[in-house]
Write a protein that binds this ligand. Structure first.
Ligand code: FEO
Length: 172
């Protein structure tokens, strides 16, 4: 059984993962209409991954005798200014998600819920990967600067990064 506090915290995380999926879907759509095809594919894939993160939590909460709650979500932005700014926002968003996972892990220890603590270790590892990936992408963007040829190659490569990350994802 989950304690009330753990169940509430897990439900909060369900909403955060769902909102993350919406944020990346909105980024994908923005990139697609701007003709940034590779970046759009990367973001569509990332959005799907967030939905998977959410579903894993939903199933876990229900399996442990709780009730996973599906709520209304905050609407994401629809305009991201530039793809450089968009990837900065992606990193900032992942740092926010990592903090939220850390808070959740802390609550499981306070509540002596070692099963949920163990379950959440997958998310801890996933956040390390996601933040590292976002930083790698930002490094590439900084290298390109305003070079048009570099942007063309980046748009092509980032699609590949998405494919590699999907194959290596133990939860996919
Ligand atoms: Fe589910 Fe990107 O954190």
């Amino acid at each position: 059984m989950l304690t009330e506090k753990v169940e509430k915290a897990l439900n909060r995380q369900i909403r955060i993962e769902a909102e993350s999926s919406q944020v990346y879907l909105s980024m994908a759509s923005w990139a697609e209409v701007k003709g940034l095809e590779g970046i759009a594919q990367f973001m569509y894939k990332h959005s799907d991954e967030e939905r998977m993160h959410m579903l894993k939590l939903v199933k876990y909460v229900n399996e442990r005798g709780g009730h996973a709650i599906v709520t209304a979500l905050d609407a994401p932005k629809t305009d991201f200014g530039s793809f450089q700014k968009m990837f900065k926002e992606l990193l900032e968003h992942e740092i926010f998600v990592s903090q939220s996972i850390n808070d959740l892990v802390h609550i499981t220890l306070e509540e002596k819920d070692y099963a949920t603590h163990n379950f959440l270790q997958w998310y801890v590892a996933e956040q390390i990967e996601e933040e590292a990936l976002a930083r790698t992408i930002l490094d590439k963007i900084n290298l390109i600067g305003n070079d048009k040829g570099g942007l063309y190659l980046f748009d092509r490569d980032v699609q590949q990064i998405a494919v590699e990350s999907a194959a290596g994802d133990p939860g996919a």
